[in-house]
Design a protein around this ligand. Structure first.
Ligand SMILES: [Mn+2]
Length: 378
């Protein structure tokens, strides 16, 4: 038996963190999630000749997703009539009285879309028993898969659920904690989980998070794909293959810059037509006046190559040379201040005591040096 395991589509996400950015790019990012991402998942299934997709919750961001976006979703699903999509409500789209799935727009749905509204087992093609688990609220401190019986009929046994595996430091008590031995205790050959946005293969070899097919933020280390799952028969380990779906890459990188070479090395991957990228750079280091100007030029160059760019260069110090100081300020006074600040920053010289003990002296000196450097650039 073969199927696709996916979860956390979060259709209708609004990305408040990107407010203030280029509105056209924000619209593009949202549209890809609401349309292209869904098509890509079905196209992937079609290419692999798979006719079953199991979506493990949080297909929609919340119950306020506009009808227009839902209609689009329904028409995309309808376009792949020979591929069945079974979805369970997660904590973002729970099946409660205000559920998105109770809206009028969901009254008429394509025949290949199966929205599970109660915990239930469904026999699939006489070869598998699939246990679908439904969340009815946003938070819960119980294992949502507890209801599954562990009886053995000889058929493949698959669980679909939404919540947090009880791995130490990785879950919260109100986040639908799932005991790590659930798959084994319930005699499941495969447990398809949703809620965590990065891929995870648990050590039992049968419990998996697919992760979101399209990243939602920085820090999702292993998102952007769906899982192709193949199981020969009951009590035989599943074989898993990841397939890439994502359009956008979210990169959050910290880097040190001390020279033009460092700057070139840092920016070169993004200057060669690196589209659909949400790039965040945090820079530290020290640059000459000339190299700092070069850094700014390179940042401007990358801006037009990626979708979104955030560069924090507050911690890049401008290192003024003796010539810089001489050219701009023949008076020794500024040079003496500059040398003194450098000594404080390097720890060779104590800071004037009037600043008090609470003050981070090195940081103050660095800040002052940066202000001086900036002053020289203007
Ligand atoms: Mn969730």
């Amino acid at each position: 038996m073969k199927f696709i395991h996916t979860s956390d589509w979060q259709i209708g996400m609004t990305f408040p963190g990107l407010s203030g950015k280029d509105p056209d790019e924000v619209v593009r990012l949202k549209n890809i999630r609401n349309d292209q991402m869904i098509r890509s998942i079905f196209e992937c299934a079609k290419r692999l000749d798979i006719h079953l997709i199991l979506a493990a919750g949080d297909q929609f961001e919340d119950s306020h997703v506009p009808d227009k976006i839902i209609s689009k979703f329904l028409s995309v699903v309808k376009g792949y009539g020979d591929i069945d999509l079974y979805l369970i409500p997660g904590n973002h789209d729970p099946y409660n009285e205000n559920s998105i799935y109770k809206r009028d727009v969901f009254q008429q749905i394509p025949a290949n879309l199966h929205i599970i509204k109660e915990n239930q087992m469904i026999e699939y093609n006489d070869e598998a028993e699939i246990y679908f688990t439904v969340l009815k609220e946003k938070y819960g401190s119980y294992n949502p898969l507890d209801w599954i019986e562990s009886k053995d009929s000889g058929k493949l046994r698959i669980g679909v659920g939404h919540g947090s595996l009880k791995i130490e430091n990785k879950y919260k008590e109100e986040d639908f904690p799932i005991d790590t031995d659930t798959a084994i205790k319930k005699n499941l050959d495969y447990l398809a989980l949703g809620h965590w946005h990065s891929f995870l293969a648990y050590g039992d070899g049968r419990t998996f998070y697919s992760g979101t097919p399209e990243p939602t933020r920085h820090g999702e280390k292993a998102s952007g794909h769906v899982l192709e799952v193949e199981i020969d028969r009951h009590n035989v380990s599943p074989r898993i293959q990841k397939h890439e779906i994502n359009s956008y890459t979210w990169i959050d990188k910290s880097s040190e810059v001390y020279s033009k070479d460092d700057i070139d090395l840092l920016f070169s991957p993004y200057l060669t037509s690196f589209k659909e990228c949400v790039l965040k750079l945090s820079l530290t280091g020290q640059l000459s006046l000339e190299d700092y100007d070069y850094l700014e030029q390179q940042i401007d160059g990358v801006k037009s190559k990626v979708s979104f760019l955030d560069v924090n260069k507050d911690n890049v110090n401008i290192n003024l040379s003796d010539d810089d100081l001489k050219d701009h300020m023949p008076d020794d006074y500024i040079k003496n201040v500059y040398d003194r600040l450098n000594e404080i920053h390097d720890g060779a010289e104590p800071c004037p005591s009037s600043l008090g003990e609470e003050v981070d002296q090195k940081m103050c000196a660095l800040k002052a040096l940066q202000i001086m450097g900036q002053g020289f650039r203007e």
